[in-house]
Design a protein around this ligand. Structure first.
Ligand SMILES: *Cc1c(COP(=O)(O)O)cnc(C)c1O
Length: 355
């Protein structure tokens, strides 16, 4: 594999002279700061927020690097995972010329971002077990394929992809492979972060939005070679992660144990929820999950969805998605929430039967 990111860049990005912010040019902490046109007197709020944040978020990256066993320069931080997804297109894929390969059913943003960037999507659906059809994926790859998006554990199916299939694709192709590990905290032994150094074309995405319980702060993480990260940093907007977010992330990383306790609770509730749902007549299949949600094939998904919504229980109707006919995607809730869901589904199931 001799995939070198610098050689794969779009011409406009290769030639880009990046913006340098005030905090790029002088990064000391002490001094009289009259360089960034901030309000030197303070903020109108009780908390002080009048200074621009670190554009490269080094404190968060150092702490995260220690936890994940990578180097800080192998980490990209963005405004949610969506920023990293978008950067893949903007850096590597020429509009109207290049293409990417997706494996539906999967996370919708890969395709939306492709359309926004006028990049063609080639789709190779997963097989009946929601695993990769490796040969079919490889057949779609040509000289204009700039990335393959894989999601493991996959949304909305819940299962992790087989390591040997990911390995086969990584080794065979001459393009970027994006591995979205948004749900990896629920099966950490399946992460590829430890293998980053063996694969120059691998970009792994994780997020603080799921197991860490921080969807509100909008913090997505990309792990890749330092070269890829340098390119993303050149193209991203200068202060893409707010100081409030960086501060909260630092607090979170100092409390990893709490995240692990959440994961244990969620996994035990997932187990219980699957068992309870499997007793219902309206449930046909509960697919194996490595994540914090269950994909459930039901009788009358739309009717069930509407009934649940009328009881103020909101699940995700995935019944119109390929290979997910009749399926609801249900996030694991608290024990009380899960009890309410099961009870409502039992009542709805009886209605469907009568109707
Ligand atoms: C939830 C989710 C994300 C997280 O997105 P953020 O923008 O970081 O909140 C990323 N990928 C997948 C597959 C997800 O389900």
């Amino acid at each position: 594999m001799n995939w070198m990111p610098e050689e794969r860049l779009r011409k406009n990005i290769k030639e880009l002279k990046p913006y340098t912010s005030a905090r790029d040019e002088y990064s000391g902490r002490e001094g009289i700061f009259l360089d960034a046109n901030e309000n030197s007197f303070g903020s109108v709020t009780s908390d002080l927020h009048h200074r621009y944040p670190d554009p490269l978020q080094w404190e968060v990256k150092h702490k995260l690097a220690g936890i994940k066993g990578v180097r800080p320069d192998q980490i990209f931080l963005g405004n949610g995972s969506d920023e990293a997804i978008d950067l893949v297109y903007r850096c590597f894929a020429d509009p109207g010329v290049d293409n990417v390969v997706l494996t539906p059913p999967t996370y919708g943003m890969y395709e939306v971002s492709a359309h926004i960037n006028a990049v063609e999507c080639r789709k190779v659906s997963l097989d009946a077990n929601y695993q990769l059809k490796v040969e079919a994926v490889l057949e779609q790859v040509d000289a204009h394929t700039k990335a393959i998006f894989l999601c493991s554990p996959n949304n909305p199916t819940g299962n992790a992809l087989e390591a040997k299939d990911i390995q086969a694709i990584l080794q065979d192709v001459n393009c970027l492979v994006v591995l979205d590990e948004a749900y990896i905290d629920f099966c950490p032994e399946k992460s590829w972060v430890g293998r980053l150094d063996n694969h120059p074309n691998l970009l792994i995405m994780q997020t603080f939005s799921k197991a860490w319980g921080l969807a509100n702060i909008r913090l997505g993480v990309g792990y890749a070679s330092a070269e890829i990260v340098r390119i993303f940093n050149k193209v991203k907007s200068p202060y893409n992660v707010s100081g409030l977010t960086q501060q909260t992330a630092l607090e979170a990383l100092g409390n990893e144990r709490k995240k692990n306790e959440f994961v244990e609770k969620i996994l035990s509730e997932r187990h219980r929820l699957a068992k309870e749902l499997s007793k219902l007549e309206c449930v046909i299949t509960i697919y194996p999950s490595d994540a914090n949600f269950l994909l459930v094939k039901t009788l009358g998904a739309k009717t069930l969805y509407d009934y649940l919504a009328s009881k103020k229980i909101i699940v995700r109707d995935r019944s119109n998605v390929v290979l997910c006919e009749g399926c609801l995607r249900i996030t694991v809730g608290t024990p009380l929430e899960n009890d309410a869901l099961v009870e409502a589904m039992r009542n709805a199931g009886n209605l469907i039967k009568i109707g």
